[in-house]
Ligand binder design. Sequence first.
Ligand code: ATP
Length: 300
Amino acid sequence: MSSVTVRVPAKVNVQLSVGPLREDGYHDLVNVFHAVSIFDEVVAKESEGITVQVNGKWSDQVPTDDSNLAIRAARALAKHAGRSYGAELVIHKSIPVAGGMAGGSADAAGALVACNELWGLGLPMDDLMEIAGDLGSDVPFSLIGGTAVGTGRGEQLSELPTGGTFHWVFALANGGLSTASVYAECDRLRAASDADVPWPTLNDSLMEALGTGDAYALGTHLSNDLQPAALNLRPELAPTLESGRQHGALGAIVSGSGPTCAFLAIDATHARDLAHSLTTTGTAHTAVAAHGPVHGATLI
Ligand code: ATP
């Protein structure tokens, strides 16, 4: 096989509960991931070494050296297989960079699936999941997609059944936010407030809303413990969230560590209208309608 293409979705966290800071610097999380129809494409072609090129709107913000997560994934896969394979990776980027939608993790998952195929390794999903977990806590979810709850650092995953398709609008900001800086701000705000940080637990009402496909109920139970920190770092996101609510969003939330804002719509038509309103009123730089859940990294 000389060229393989894989499509990988972005994610939004419909619940992100962040426990107290652990001694190892991580937090225990309850993280309900939901894969949505904004996709990066990762193409892998036969080549001597492992290289990456990035195309698309956000390409200038993505490193093409060995720190690129897709390169790291391909190298980890070759190491796992015990041989020095080569691949020229080309990423067509649509997922915002440093936007809280796991774009880098998506590319890593895409590279794992693409190189597994290109190199004819035939490794089972369990092996890819193990390699993915070592690459980053969001990478295993990008492989499976759908809706899933992650515990621990987010990497211990259980798939969740959903009772239908949910329609979303994502307001993309100019410039990203680093995940580490948002967690640091969250810790700083918590230390300053002196309030007890509860152990994170899964919201049963949210699970029920997902299971029955009830968008109205899901909208009221969306939650993100990183939101106060993201809003402190980017105060201009608060009016964006408010504008979405005023235009009838069933729920409005910062996606993961931000700065992308996610709005739950009633249906596909409402999502299109909401995206249009957010951009024409100038509240959002770009707004994109999408749906979920969708499959994880998929060969096309
Ligand atoms: P998350 O939601 O998982 O916290 P994010 O969506 O906020 O992550 P990413 O788009 O994954 O953030 O990018 C985080 C950083 O990773 C970027 O600033 C970029 O420098 C680096 N990076 C490395 N490889 C990639 C890649 N293939 N695509 C995007 N960013 C990458």
